[in-house]
Ligand binder design. Sequence first.
Ligand code: MRU
Length: 349
Amino acid sequence: MKVADKYYQTIYAHSHIGVVEFIDQTKLPYEFELVSTDDYLVLITAIRTMQVRGAPVIGICGALALVLGTQCDSSNSNIEHLAKQIISSRPTAVNLYWAVTKIKNFLLNTPENQRKKNAWNFAEDLIQSDIRANKLIGEIGSEIIHKSLDRPINILTHCNAGWLATVDYGTALSPIFHAFEQKKNIHIWVDETRPRNQGLLTCWELKNLDIPHTLIVDNAGGLLMMQDKVDLVIVGADRISTQGYVCNKIGTYLKALAAFDQKIPFYVAAPISTIDPKFDHDVNFEIEARDQMEIKQIYGVSNDGKRTSIYFPDYETYNPAFDITPPHLISGIITEKGIFKPSELKGLL
Ligand code: MRU
């Protein structure tokens, strides 16, 4: 995607200098800053603190952490140890487990003297396949966004499932970007997504492309749907069971309930790698409970443009980061292989 007319990925593997470079999402939308590192611990911290966030890109970042860790010690025991450490940095999005396990298995099956170099190549393949899958999600998903000549099609989205959440293109926003390129008349309702306000990242992405959008508080969606101001909902996913239960950013379920009640199509966009075959009969996904401070403290900039934060009183809080939307509320799941009913996922795998 372009920022000020220059093309960027959210994360790069610079194998020729042994460095990983990523966009620090905690600085956005105020500052655009890239961080470079050759230290795998910096990448684990980036995942934990959400400098790098969004299910697909934390998978890639985790795989690159394993690449960097392998450069110092490429023994089997170190690779196993690193993989465990990286996977535990965020528990809910399956993409982290998926990507780290994939590169771990590849390395364990590679002769030890070739691991350091081949790790970079394997990670680059993961990066390119993420880009390809998300581009396809955009092309396929834009079909559900109809052309309307007299008024914009209003699409509601939750959290940030744009290009920042992936290496490029995004998941839920990819059909939106593609539809806009096709000159479809669209307007996006962007949920603020407390407590981390990923909606601001979505607004930042949409503004970069001049796509009409409006930021709303998380609880506004139901009213807007009731007032016929929403034609379609598209969200991303962090983990999907084979029965079509979708784990996504907290607040998704309430949007799905309201959309179901108002007979508004509710779509989920995610690569096939977000479907977790381990969750076949149950939906006991591990829901990450994040730090209470994310609720008690709000970050922003003051009138003079300096970074600042305000604190609420020290009340007890609880901060689950994800919820689960059952399949009967979901119209379809947009993947790089097509759009499927939740009940079709099992056959697809
Ligand atoms: O906690 P985050 O911001 O890493 O949450 C993950 C997400 O970005 C969302 O849940 C998103 O909708 C799915 S990832 C494309």
